[in-house]
Write a protein that binds this ligand. Structure first.
Ligand SMILES: C[S@@+](CC[C@H](N)C(=O)[O-])C[C@H]1O[C@@H](n2cnc3c(N)ncnc32)[C@H](O)[C@@H]1O
Length: 333
């Protein structure tokens, strides 16, 4: 069978023949032997079916479907999409076009696809100035205003749980608020990362620990079985749920009103249209006077909403403006 390969670095393509089923071997041989960045131009099953071509309309259709489903943008990165999907298409023996139809009739396949597409990098104490500001300044300030109800925090796009668990640890550390006075909800679209988050076990030497201060590791984890288990009282403060940030209905029903939102390092994967859509949802569920933390590389451009940027000497965040009436209501609650 004829197989097209592309040497992306030098924009060079060549063809070669291989026997049925040998494609992977040849690919890996070339990769290892030449140590070059080779990209497969077309994917074939071992029965010889071409599941994805070099320029494949099926890929464009899939990229549109993915965008509508979860906001991730691949239209200008079809090569990346091809790399991420190749193995799955070979497994299912479907072309990219057929896979689009398959997704329409097999909703659980979206979970598989999301696992292949999302980037779930996270670590404890990430962008720590924000987390410290959130737990030592913002949270006590909110508690002062809302004496008789718990403060609700939402870690949107929490990945494997490092962000909400760090909040839980820092709340314990600061000692300013009783942990029972805070509820932390953590959500993500990827069910697999949520399973890992719920377990609260992280491998020794894992990148999750790259920034964690020694005392947090010593105080809030138990060393066991080649890794570290987060302590139950830290774990208990966090509730994990599956949620797509584009699902307005579920956000309103399952998240309800929240005082603090952390939505960090996920908007970078969306375009402006989707960023606006997500920000509107976050704004809707934020209580008046509530706080929104985005990643360091993320910001809100002229949303037209009442979100005021607050710059502190180490970090920044957004605060939902309040009307006079709401301020009076707040001081009474
Ligand atoms: C890079 S991680 C960021 C994790 C954490 N917030 C942090 O800053 O360390 C991005 C996460 O966003 C999630 N994500 C991507 N699209 C999403 C969507 N439409 N709804 C909810 N989560 C999404 C991914 O599954 C991934 O776990």
């Amino acid at each position: 069978m004829n197989c097209k390969m592309q040497l992306t670095k030098y924009r060079f393509s060549f063809n070669f023949d291989h026997e049925d089923g040998k494609f992977e071997e040849i690919y890996h041989f070339l990769l290892n032997f030449l140590s070059l960045d080779l990209k497969i131009g077309a994917y074939y099953t071992n029965k010889g079916k071409e599941v994805m071509g070099v320029r494949d309309e099926g890929l464009e259709k899939l990229s549109d479907m993915i965008y509508d489903y979860c906001g991730l943008v691949f239209i200008d990165r079809l090569d990346t999409l091809r790399d991420k999907l190749g193995k799955r298409l070979i497994e299912l023996e479907l072309t990219a076009w057929e896979y689009g139809d398959f997704l329409m009739h097999n909703s659980p396949e979206w979970d598989v696809l999301v696992e292949l597409l999302t980037i779930n990098e996270s670590y404890f104490y990430r962008e720590e100035n924000q987390l410290n500001e959130c737990c030592s300044i913002v949270l006590p300030q909110l508690k002062e205003i809302n004496k008789y109800r718990p403060i609700r925090i939402w870690s949107a796009a929490c990945s494997t749980g490092e962000e909400p668990y760090t909040l839980s640890m820092l709340i314990h550390e600061s000692g300013q608020i009783l942990p029972g006075n805070v509820e932390i909800m953590a959500t993500d679209i990827n069910k697999k990362v949520l399973e890992k988050a719920k377990k609260g076990w992280y491998k020794d030497g894992s990148l999750a620990f790259r920034r964690i201060p020694k005392h947090l590791l010593e105080n809030y984890f138990t060393e066991e079985e080649g890794g570290y288990q987060i302590k139950p009282y830290i774990q208990k403060m966090v509730t994990f749920r599956h949620l797509n940030l584009l699902d307005d209905k579920k956000i309103d029903e399952e998240i309800g009103k929240v005082d603090i939102i952390l939505c960090r390092n996920v908007l970078i994967y969306f375009d402006q249209l989707m960023i606006n859509k997500v920000i509107e949802s976050l704004y809707r569920v934020l209580t008046p006077g509530g706080f929104l933390f985005l990643g360091h590389a993320e910001s809100i451009k002229d949303s037209g909403l009442g979100l005021k940027k607050v710059n502190t000497h180490r970090t920044f965040y957004y605060r939902k403006e309040t009307t006079q009436h709401e301020e009076v209501q707040n001081t009474r609650s």
